[in-house]
Design a protein around this ligand. Sequence first.
Ligand SMILES: NC(=O)c1ccc[n+]([C@@H]2O[C@H](COP(=O)([O-])OP(=O)(O)OC[C@H]3O[C@@H](n4cnc5c(N)ncnc54)[C@H](O)[C@@H]3O)[C@@H](O)[C@H]2O)c1
Length: 454
Amino acid sequence: MDAAASNPATVPEQRSGSASDLVVLGLGYVGLPLAAEAVSAGLKVTGFDVSARVVDGLNNAVSHIDDLSSEDVNTMLDKGFSATTDPACLATARTIVICVPTPLSPEGGPDLGAVTSASKAVAAHMSPGTLVILESTTYPGTTEEVVRPLLEESGLVAGSDFRLAFSPERIDPGNQTFGVANTPKVVGGLTEECGEAAAAFYENFVNTVVRTRGTREAEMAKLLENTYRHVNIALVNEMAVFCQELGVDLWDSISAAATKPFGFQAFYPGPGVGGHCIPIDPNYLSYKVKTLGYPFRFVELAQEINGRMPSYVTQRAQELLNDSGLALSRSKVLLLGVTYKADIADQRESPARPVARKLAAKGATLTYHDPHVESWEVDGVNVPRSTDLEQALAEADLTVLLTDHGEYRPKLLNEYARLLLDTRGVLRRPDPDEAAEVPAQFRRRADREGIQVL
Ligand SMILES: NC(=O)c1ccc[n+]([C@@H]2O[C@H](COP(=O)([O-])OP(=O)(O)OC[C@H]3O[C@@H](n4cnc5c(N)ncnc54)[C@H](O)[C@@H]3O)[C@@H](O)[C@H]2O)c1
């Protein structure tokens, strides 16, 4: 048992007259929705961010993330929210939640630079009795081994002078069903009392709080969730490649398997994995496992398979053109959707970029269509945007659908695209315009030549 856990002393209550119930550090995809939910639960919330652009935008009611509109930010401001670049706001916060980015370093390992600088800012200002929670995704041990010593540079001791916990963020950008309030919140405290305090804080605005034994278990829960997705996506991606050669329609097989009411969860092939979590978080776990002297083989294999998908998409695109007597180097290729997932504007780690890079390297003339992205550069080169979808489909020699935005309807694609490679299985879904189920023969085979699903 560590020193804090063995210390039975109760953490002192913070002095009254706090300026904020909550200060959120890092006002991005994770921090801002959290702040919004806390504001609507009646908490007095201040947002701290090192970016003056983000802070100025928010104080002028301009949202910079998909899940909150500028109107939502305006409502937050009306209810007392304010954003600042001044860390002095940390001095009077009852609870501080750290939601800063945890990207990969150029060597592919964890880059905890933002977490350490946020922790130092907290240490320089926090008062006794504060509850500090880390939400940034990271490897197991970070809260205790990295954050705790930095916070204790304040002279305050974790578990006795202030409370410390880890709670992974599970936000799914663009998800209309599950948000902060109705997604169960996993919480792990440094001590029993730290865990209780963190759970009580989240219960202000989250319906279900799930406690883990400690901070490491909460850190690991997040990495397990994301590694599970990464590995299962790699499984179907690898199967998609050989099913094509075997003449098996994998999409049909997945639909059939998904009818099993237990023991199976459907994952679907695609052009690669994107977003801020799936391609990055498992690296944190494999970094930690490597410190034990051996690799995390499932993650490495999944990375290899998912990382090869953009090359596979390029190869399929080339073959599809070839079947029609066209060379990729002399073809106009339209990329449909360049964000990492449907119906949001987030382009982080989107596989569209490596696909575009590979197609351009083979001489294709590229354009893109994406209702959420006004301009798009790949390696500093501007890719022309098409805004008229029907015209763009009709003019391109080949369309490669990379992101299944809602407006990419099967009927429209079928009618207008000359050649189409659908990497998301849009053609395997019922067309919302046609209400009826997609007929079985349509599910099994594309309805005309020149249309293929990955
Ligand atoms: N985006 C997601 O869907 C998602 C989901 C689950 C978990 N996460 C994790 O949550 C964390 C935050 O991700 P995000 O998507 O919100 O990032 P983001 O890039 O959208 O926002 C992070 C914000 O933190 C600010 N920042 C950077 N350093 C700072 C510092 N030292 N002090 C204060 N502010 C600072 C940045 O200016 C930025 O506004 C990451 O660890 C990420 O892995 C993200």
